[in-house]
Design a protein around this ligand. Structure first.
Ligand SMILES: Nc1ncnc2c1ncn2[C@@H]1O[C@H](COP(=O)(O)OP(=O)(O)O)[C@@H](O)[C@H]1O
Ligand SMILES: [Mg+2]
Length: 275
């Protein structure tokens, strides 16, 4: 087992988490968790509310400091490096967080260009081209002069994704990407995530409690409960799991309404694939 973990550190894993513990004050939220994220895969982090999903994501991108353990991102232990070096790593990852809203006083284009203006010395004309490209990637071509308040919920989410893509990250993190969106718009965001994976071969980590979405986008899933990993495996393995806590979580949410949504999502994907 030990050897297998070491091997994966050197080969396919883009992110390796080992014995990760995170506290808020006296209270431990993540109790020593370990897992790998392989290059180019979409890993979905599932779990009930308050189980520690957002805390895990925030820790992976360096916004929370672990109390112990290791987080290897592309061969560097980000739990051990000084904050100054974390900046360089953060430039290579994109984040789209639940609360990561757009700046209301800037146009959509300015929002998307912000990371480029902050972190690069690119010519203004180059930045203009890049921001249009990013907006195109998320299906928002022509919207650069709009204000965020003029966009629908789903479009705002897309614009935030465009901003996360600005620096051409190799790894993308999403926290509840379709929270608060109606099912059809949410399905569109799932499609966008699938496209980013397929067209740009990005490594994508998505936190969600939406099972329909998880089944659609995940290569592998990790189920977290109260700060511990209950199970990790491919979507098929999770579906077939007989572990009581996995069944409890997966079956609890699979109520009729959700299944209908799932059927709809599958239809969308098949429709895309057949094109
Ligand atoms: N900044 C914080 N300070 C203190 N406690 C927090 C903070 N953020 C989250 N928590 C607590 O940590 C636990 C895990 O929260 P969170 O990671 O947001 O869970 P999830 O995203 O799975 O809903 C919850 O009990 C929550 O109340
Ligand atoms: Mg959360």
């Amino acid at each position: 087992m030990e050897t297998a973990l070491t091997d994966s550190l050197e080969t396919t894993a883009t992110i390796s988490v080992r014995d990760l513990r995170v506290n808020y004050g006296e209270r431990e939220i993540l109790h020593g968790i370990s897992f790998d994220v392989n290059r180019g895969e979409t890993l979905v982090i599932l779990g009930g509310s308050g189980s520690g999903k957002s805390t895990l994501l925030r820790t992976l991108v360096g916004l929370e400091k672990p109390s112990s353990g290791q987080i290897w991102i592309k061969g560097q232990d980000i739990a051990a490096i000084p904050p100054s070096e974390m900046d360089a790593i953060r430039k290579r990852i994109g984040m789209s967080f639940q609360g990561g809203a757009l700046f209301g006083s800037m146009t959509v284009g300015e929002n998307v260009a912000l990371p480029l203006r902050e972190h690069t010395r690119l010519e203004e004309s180059t930045i203009e081209i890049m921001l249009r490209l990013k907006l195109e990637q998320v299906g928002l071509q022509g919207f650069e002069y709009y204000m965020p308040s003029q966009l629908s919920g789903g479009m705002k989410k897309r614009a935030a994704v465009a901003r996360a893509l600005a620096m051409d990250p190799e790894i993308l993190f999403f926290d509840e990407p379709s929270a608060g969106l109606d099912p059809i718009i949410a399905a569109g965001i799932d499609q966008l995530i699938l496209e980013l994976k397929q067209a740009f071969r990005m490594t994508i980590i998505v936190v969600t409690h939406e099972l329909a979405s998880a089944y659609l986008i995940a290569d592998r899933m990790v189920l977290i409960d109260k700060g511990n990993i209950v199970a990790i495996g491919t979507t098929e393995e999770m579906r077939a799991s007989t572990q009581p806590r996995v069944r409890q979580f997966l079956d609890r949410v699979a109520e009729p309404e959700v299944s209908r949504e799932l059927d709809y999502l599958q239809m969308l994907t098949e429709d895309r694939r057949s094109k």
